[in-house]
Design a protein around this ligand. Sequence first.
Ligand code: HEM
Length: 118
Amino acid sequence: MRKIYLMATAAFWVLVGGLWLAGLSAPETLADSGAPVKKDYSLAEVATHASPGDCWMAIHGKVYDVTAYLPDHPSRPDVIEVWCGREASAAYDTKTRGRRHSEAADRMLEGYFIGDLK
Ligand code: HEM
């Protein structure tokens, strides 16, 4: 019985030690984890993502990759798609109809942030 207890205790500490070592070698930064690193983009760079299948927008000094959101946007597709690859602050602020987007839309937009505009 005592032998089983000792073996279980040893196995437990081997497991704890293993997890600790795994933690030491785990990636600690976004860059190490392979996630996209936030960086600055020029408007020229934004302009190279100007299609519905690859759609970046610059809005108030920030750059957003809204490609994944386009199919869900509630307007007619062409209303938003013409802003792909462009500085779209005014369009976003007015929905091109003099009406602001809701705060829920603002929060949603932040989810597509990829970097600042240079
Ligand atoms: C920059 C170009 C854009 C234009 C011209 C535009 C225009 C519009 C229009 C016409 C509507 C429907 C009518 C209305 O609700 O008043 C709308 C609704 C909406 N848009 Fe956009 N949109 C743009 C970008 C975006 C982006 C980038 C997001 C989020 C990632 C977004 C999120 C929403 C949401 C959530 C609604 C529902 C109503 C609201 O919450 O305000 N839009 N937009």
